[in-house]
Design a protein. Structure first.
Length: 157
């Protein structure tokens, strides 16, 4: 990649429709994220931070971005390496805590479960998670560990 790729989005605080930020405990944390003409993503702060939990929160969106980036890097490597992936699922989780006197994400843990075609190389399928992790643009951009607990299984029939 010689030239930087540019990505653009729009974020609108929709909570303004419920009133101004007159009280730090009660102002609405609703937002809408848009990218081009695609369906919007509706968000809100998590309940622990005075949100109502009706939309995606920034912490969840970060976790989804990490998981999706790893998956796409991994699937590319599998396709290139002759591993026929027939299903990929992840149930990632992240930890928000205090480090260096600030509240921040301190860890993300990806837990992909990959199903490969019968007769495939399960050991290779599991090994490919390491180079996929190194190639994940999003994981390379964060300042906390992104851990992996990946397993590969073969299709039943």
């Amino acid at each position: 990649m010689t030239e930087p790729h540019r990505f653009e989005a729009r974020l609108v605080w929709t909570g303004a429709a419920k009133g101004p930020t007159a009280n730090p405990e009660t102002f609405a944390r609703d937002f809408r994220a848009e990218v081009g003409s695609r369906p919007p993503i509706l968000g809100n702060a998590p309940p622990a931070f005075h949100g109502d939990g009706t939309g995606y929160n920034p912490e969840e969106l970060l976790l989804i971005a990490l998981s999706a980036c790893h998956m796409l890097s991994y699937l590319f490597l599998c396709a290139r390496g002759g591993i026929a992936v027939v299903d990929y699922r992840d149930e990632p989780h992240g930890l928000l805590g205090r480090r260096d006197g600030r509240t921040q994400v301190i860890e993300a843990r990806l837990r992909p479960r990959v199903t490969i075609a019968r007769g495939g190389d399960r050991a290779k399928a599991e090994r490919l998670h390491a180079p996929a992790a190194r190639g994940c643009f999003i994981a390379n951009s964060v300042n906390f560990p992104v851990l992996h607990e990946a397993i590969a299984v073969e299709t039943e029939a």
